[in-house]
Design a protein around this ligand. Structure first.
Ligand code: PLP
Length: 427
């Protein structure tokens, strides 16, 4: 580290010597990992650039349609760029998806019918989907209310799908129409699902019945590997544009990619049957959506480096972490087990204090709607709730696990993490 950097960290942020020492050691340890991820980043940049060029993207695609938004060439071309990147037949990329949950729900509502069963094979899905499925909340408007059944299978062990049980369940229950897979850990304490596991899962599903849809919640997973789930046969994918693939630039939105028929069905739930993706004006956000996608391979790896560094330095400081710094990753989330409420809160407050926006705010645990426990969230982001920007959050419950993700630049992620650790070690 430059002497001037070390002095600034001490002077401006009050980082203590203990933390600086761990910092230097951690940076040495993560070098090999960083080289590996740089190579992935470089390849994905080629993939994205090539898709732009093949679609002959030009200034005229940064359209600003209004009203119905018929024939918005910027919107339609961006969807073809996405389809190319994912090697998929079709894509729906819209600012009208209010979040990732909305994009995922459109896939579910669009492709499931009364009497069908949705099977989750990664245990309990992400919290915000519970209301969609009808396993939480008052059930109003849920898939359950429409007569769509739900089943769930747990992992065999950490991050390992129970392939045998999945196969027998699919053979026994012929009403299963869609298998729901969550690539990222979410608020779980497990490893993210690797593409190689998704490949094996697709083989199992298609071996039983090729018409069963393999759906992937791809949130936080984009550009962490050289291939995506669609490259190994997944039928349909959805995710958020205020995570990896929006590159920190896209102001809002979600995406769906996959087989043409399944994407089309999802489009009828984003808008209405008969209209689907043909409508939807884009209010001048197309340039940001293109630019975000162009930057996404780089930004995703910046965030990933933040996670890897966090994992190593927190482990050196004596905390249990998941994944470890040298584990193979499939998402940008880093979990840290604090076993102590105070330390967890201090960690989140440190991330907030290190943010470019709202750094002067002290975050506190609060009773957030939809959660059983109090939740603390640190987010000083340019885009509200954007978690490709440096953020940390946690439900306040034992064993007090904190989740860190994002960072538009690794340099910034590092500062936030150092402030947090320094606060904890200062005790
Ligand atoms: C973020 C996320 C979602 C969707 O959340 P939104 O807040 O609606 O964008 C779904 N699944 C996983 C695993 C996620 O990380």
């Amino acid at each position: 580290m430059l002497k001037i950097t070390e002095e600034s960290l001490k002077k401006i942020y009050g980082i203590n010597d203990k933390t600086i020492k761990l910092y230097n050691k951690a940076m040495e340890d993560v070098k090999g990992q960083f080289d590996k991820y740089d190579a992935i980043r470089e390849y994905n940049q080629i993939k994205v650039l090539d898709a732009f060029q093949e679609e002959r993207i030009s200034d005229s695609h940064f359209t600003n349609s209004s009203g119905y938004g018929y024939d918005d060439i910027g919107r339609d071309s961006l969807e073809r760029v996405y389809a190319r990147i994912f090697h998929a037949e079709s894509a729906l990329v819209r600012p009208h998806f209010v979040n990732g949950t909305h994009a995922i729900a459109s896939c579910l509502y669009g492709n499931l019918r009364p009497g069908d069963t949705m099977l989750s094979v990664c245990g309990s899905p992400y919290d915000t989907l519970h209301g969609v499925i009808g396993i939480a909340g008052n059930g109003k408007g849920s898939l359950k209310e429409f007569g769509i059944k739900y089943k769930q299978l747990d992992f065999k062990e950490d991050g390992v799908l129970d392939f045998e049980k999945i196969e027998t369940t699919l053979k026994e229950d012929k009403t299963i129409k869609l298998v729901h897979v969550q690539r990222s850990t979410g608020y779980g304490y497990r490893k993210a699902l690797k593409i190689s596991s998704i490949k094996k899962l697709v083989e199992v599903i298609k071996g039983v019945d090729p018409s069963i849809i393999c759906f992937i919640d791809n949130c936080y997973g984009e550009f962490i590997d050289t291939i995506e789930p669609t490259d190994v046969g997944a039928d349909l994918l959805a995710g958020s544009l205020i995570k990896n693939i929006g590159g920190g630039i896209s102001p809002t939105g979600g995406y769906v990619v996959g087989k043409k028929d399944y994407v089309e069905q999802a489009s009828y739930r984003l808008t209405v049957p008969g209209i689907g993706g043909e409508c939807g004006s884009t209010f001048g956000v197309m340039r940001s959506m293109y630019q975000g996608l162009f930057l996404a391979p780089h930004i995703a790896i910046e965030a990933l480096k933040g996670a890897v560094f966090c994992s190593r330095i927190m482990e050196l400081a004596g905390f249990e972490v998941l994944p470890k710094y040298d584990d193979e990753r499939s998402d940008i989330i880093q979990a840290i087990k604090f076993n102590d409420k105070d330390k967890l809160i201090k960690f989140c407050q440190g991330i907030q204090a290190g943010s470019p926006i709202d750094s002067f705010v002290t975050c506190e645990p609060w009773d957030m709607p939809g959660y059983d426990d109090q939740v603390i969230m640190a987010a000083g982001a340019f885009i509200q709730g954007s978690s490709i920007e440096l953020s940390a959050d946690a439900p306040i419950r034992e064993p007090y696990i904190g989740y860190l993700q994002g960072g538009l630049t690794f340099d910034h992620a590092k500062i936030g993490i150092l402030i947090s650790l320094s606060k904890i070690l200062a005790e």
